[in-house]
Ligand binder design. Structure first.
Ligand code: KIV
Length: 278
């Protein structure tokens, strides 16, 4: 740790010590502050922003403008947690030079500490270029939502030996490239275990079993704030949607019935001032 701030080295050291790593997504100041206060190791400003905050169908529908805007709000709320900016689809699948420029924006403009990018054909070339520019990169293999259509949809990946070998190879190539950790999304637990054992850098699982070095969840799923669908790998720790709905209904009822606001929520003026009014 540098001061109280968690560094990339701290994350790697956690794996070496056999300590589990925690990561959650955040897209705004209030949730980022709460996650930071709870002592979570890493925040991902995920492109899941598209689904859980902006009401869009696909993560490919957000670009750099939205991601930088939300990443700035997140970093304003951070004291300790390492913040990773998720590179949106359009920002790194064009050419390595443009990818480096966009990765730099996450660091320089938004104050992130590193970036994440999903596996695609030229992933290694792009990852290498970003790392060469001095920016930490987290890889992402298995189910990669930005290119899910090429993977046969939102399905578990690496389910036969050949596909599993491909995933193991991708993980090893990303490590060789210099990634500081890799997200494994929707991968059979035994394959995630093999990858985790083979790598010196930490694996962060989402739907990849308990053997990964760390876990990540979309915070809105964990809090029950996203109702459109619930993947099998999600554990909902609280149902905030129903609690928020109830609070809003209570507010509406009290306003309609004249029970809010009361004296407690109102401001006063001295009687003599009131008398001066015509
Ligand atoms: O965008 C996101 O939230 C992610 C996580 C699911 C890892 O990429």
């Amino acid at each position: 740790m540098q001061g109280n701030k968690i560094t990339i080295n701290d994350i790697i050291t956690k794996k070496q010590r056999g300590e589990k790593i925690t990561m959650l997504t955040a897209y705004d100041f209030p949730l980022a502050s709460l996650i930071d206060r709870a002592g979570i190791d890493m925040i991902l400003v995920g492109d899941s922003l598209a689904n859980v905050v902006l009401g869009l169908e696909s993560t490919t529908q957000v670009g750099m403008m939205e991601m930088i805007h939300h990443a700035k709000a997140v970093t304003r709320g951070i004291k300790s947690t390492l913040v990773i900016g998720d590179m949106p689809y359009e920002s790194y699948q064009v050419n390595p030079a443009e990818s480096v420029m966009n990765a730099k924006r996450f660091i320089d403009e938004a104050g992130c500490d590193a970036v994440k990018l999903e596996w695609f054909n030229q992933c290694l070339e792009v990852t290498e270029a970003i790392i060469k520019a001095g920016i930490g990169v987290m890889g992402h293999i298995g189910l990669t939502p930005q290119t899910a259509d090429k993977l046969g949809g939102f399905k578990v990946q690496g389910k036969d030996a050949q596909a599993a070998e491909r995933l193991i190879q991708q993980a090893q190539d990303l490590e060789k490239c210099g990634c500081f950790s890799i997200v494994l999304e929707c991968v059979p637990d035994k394959i995630a275990e093999i990858i985790t054992r083979k790598l010196k850098i930490p694996t962060i699982g989402i739907g990849a079993g308990a053997s990964c070095d760390g876990q990540v969840l979309v915070t809105h799923d964990l809090l029950g704030l996203f109702e459109r669908f619930k993947p099998k790998f999600v554990k909902q720790y609280i149902n905030l949607s129903s609690q928020i709905e109830k609070a809003i209904q209570d507010y509406k009822k009290e306003v309609i019935e004249g029970r809010f606001p009361t004296k407690e929520h109102s401001f006063t003026i001295k009687e003599e001032e009131l008398k001066k009014l015509k």
